[in-house]
Design a protein around this ligand. Structure first.
Ligand code: MG
Ligand code: ZN
Length: 225
């Protein structure tokens, strides 16, 4: 019975995710779903990203957290528009939660939407939100055993970013092992190393965003013609 209920929730979520995807595509925005455990630096990476792009591209952020507006305040201060979703205890964002806030966003004026998921490496993997690409953020302080312990999160990811590279000299962390494990789980998942705090490696992340955004625009043009 439990399986049946879960399957029903999943198919309803998938239906709403497709609806969100249509809204995003109609507005011509490129959407990234960012997933990580708490404290790996999602919001800090968004701040550093906004410092580089906010002047050039209008960026909207959908922030997911159990409670508080803290992350939304931080990205707003760096030039993003957007909205905070408080899940009130829920450990992931769902397509329904995202769909509910879309009407209040000026998506037509945006180029990129970043969705910062609730910090959690488990269930966000099974909830499609209607994003174009899924990015998994890891950090060197979390330990190097994560990919094989949380395999599902990597299966649908287009990119894995390893953050806090500046702290590597102080840690016991086998970077090559982490990258090897990600490759085993998903050979199509690109991998980047960076430090959102020092800025090292940020160019690769910005290049990836611009490349994926261009891919989406080309796909939308093909669809329209
Ligand atoms: Mg955050
Ligand atoms: Zn959850």
């Amino acid at each position: 019975m439990k399986i049946d209920v879960e399957r029903k929730i999943q198919s309803e979520n998938d239906r709403l995710a497709q609806k969100n995807r249509r809204v995003f595509s109609d507005a011509g925005v490129f959407v990234v779903n960012i997933i990580s455990s708490p404290g790996s630096g999602k919001t800090t990476l968004l701040e550093a990203t906004l410092d580089r792009l906010a002047g050039k591209l209008p960026i909207t952020v959908i922030e997911g957290d159990v409670s508080t507006e803290r992350d939304m305040d931080r990205v707003r201060a760096r030039g993003a528009s957007g909205v905070q979703i408080n899940t009130g205890g829920g450990c992931h964002l769902s397509a329904a939660m995202v769909g509910e806030v879309l009407g209040g966003l000026d998506l037509k004026s945006a180029e990129i939407v970043f969705i910062e998921n609730v910090g959690n490496l488990i269930c966000p993997s099974t909830y499609d939100l209607g994003e174009d690409v899924r990015m998994v953020l890891l950090s060197t302080t979390e330990g190097d055993d994560k990919p094989m312990k949380y395999p599902a999160i990597f299966h649908e990811a287009s990119l894995a970013v390893i953050n806090k590279m500046d702290l590597l000299p102080h840690l016991i962390y086998d970077l090559e092992k982490v990258e090897r494990e990600i490759e085993v789980l998903n050979a199509n998942c690109e991998i980047l190393r960076l430090s959102a705090v020092t800025g090292d490696g940020m160019d690769g992340w910005i290049d990836w965003i611009m490349r994926k955004m261009a891919e989406k625009k080309r796909a939308l043009h093909r669809e329209a013609s």
